[in-house]
Design a protein around this ligand. Structure first.
Ligand code: UT7
Length: 326
């Protein structure tokens, strides 16, 4: 358990909204199929902004919402599987974009796919000694989608979410759980361009994300309840005011809700608008909940995610002093 607290949150999405109808002009699918199988109605696809641009915009929103001087930041962690470059990292690009290159900051990226933001939050909470940590989840998944593969391209979108955390002594805490399990069957897979054994004359192949949807579905409905139970550590789910899950598929969330006896009305859902934005999905939802005033002092919130790797994780947030800690 770490005595850290969220002090601000923000998000950024690209300017191009793509409806299911529009997608069905590009690939053999339909609004009816996508809605009924996933709950997704639209997603945002970037035309010009890369991952670092979205990450920087989300970071600026989070800093503004916290009302802090950005020079308080000591740590920048970015969760992404779609960075702009192999190097430098998105985190270093964000540091430069914020004009903080002269500050004593540690900045690096984390790739744990859709669980990435939760992994990054845990790392930030345990690494943070003083000042503020900026934790971001940002993706331009559209770069690695095969727009002819209806099994994948209809599910994902681009975007970024960010939050700032600070060490506090006001009863706030975060309790983490994170797990990994090597996906030997390539249920969720995106290879790189490969080795270059002959040194010359190698075709640089573009590679795409592929997925065995049913296998991932089965994994998700086991992994999410596991992570939630682990961070509850015996406490009742009744004490949880809000659940902010990874936004992959409404049927996964309904399944988890039913299995755990946790009402859908306490589950934050925005996948209808944004689709699955991988590492950005939990922080975008968190930032929207923050903006809508759904995270108040004394509240008990759970963030939970699962993704490629495989990875799965949760964070139980006691935001300010709770009833049981008063
Ligand atoms: O962050 C983690 C990311 N991934 C996930 O969370 C994915 C988890 N899995 C899922 O959400 C679901 O498995 C999907 C939404 C991906 C697929 O739903 P499903 O009910 O498991 O469908 P299916 O894969 O069993 O496919 C059923 C049918 C197939 O046709 P046939 O073989 O029955 O004739 C597919 O070819 O639906 C077809 N299909 C589509 N049809 C129209 C697959 N994709 C599409 C599409 N539009 N986009």
């Amino acid at each position: 358990m770490e005595n850290v607290k969220i002090i601000g949150a923000g998000y950024a999405i690209p300017d191009q909204k793509v409806s299911n109808e529009k997608l069905s002009q590009v690939v053999d699918t339909s609004d009816e199929w996508i809605r009924s199988r996933t709950g997704i109605v639209s997603r945002y696809i970037s035309r010009q902004e890369n991952t670092s641009d979205l990450a920087l915009r989300a970071a600026k929103e989070a800093i503004q919402s916290a009302g802090i001087d950005s020079r308080m930041i000591r740590l920048i962690l970015v969760a992404t599987l779609t960075p702009d470059n192999y190097t430098p990292t998105v985190a270093c690009q964000v540091q430069a974009g914020l004009g903080l290159n002269d500050q004593p900051i540690m900045a690096f990226d984390i790739n744990a796919a859709c669980s990435g933001f939760l992994f990054a939050l845990e790392c930030a909470a345990s690494l943070l000694k003083e000042g503020v940590a900026l934790v971001i989840g940002a993706e331009t998944l559209s770069k690695i989608l095969d727009w002819n593969d209806r099994n994948t391209c209809v599910l994902f979108g681009d975007g970024a979410g960010a939050c700032l955390i600070q060490r506090v002594q006001d009863g706030s805490s975060m309790t983490f759980y994170a797990r990994s399990q090597g996906d030997v069957d390539h249920a969720l897979y995106c290879p790189d361009r490969g080795l270059q054994p002959d040194l010359v004359n190698q075709a640089q192949q573009k590679t795409y994300l592929s997925m065995k949807g049913r296998d991932v579905f089965r994994f998700a409905i086991q992994a999410m309840p596991d992570a939630i139970q682990q961070v509850l550590a015996g406490q009742s789910l009744d004490s949880v005011d809000l659940m902010i899950p990874h936004q992959a598929n409404i049927r996964i969330l309904e399944h988890v809700s039913k299995k755990m006896g946790f009402g859908m009305e306490k589950m934050f859902v925005n996948l209808d608008t944004f689709g699955n934005t991988s590492a950005a999905s939990v922080p975008i939802a968190l930032a929207q909940a923050w903006e809508q005033g759904k995270i108040q002092e004394g509240m008990h919130v759970i963030l939970v995610g699962f993704g490629a790797g495989f990875t799965w994780a949760a964070c139980r947030i006691q935001h300010g002093k709770g009833e049981d800690t008063q």
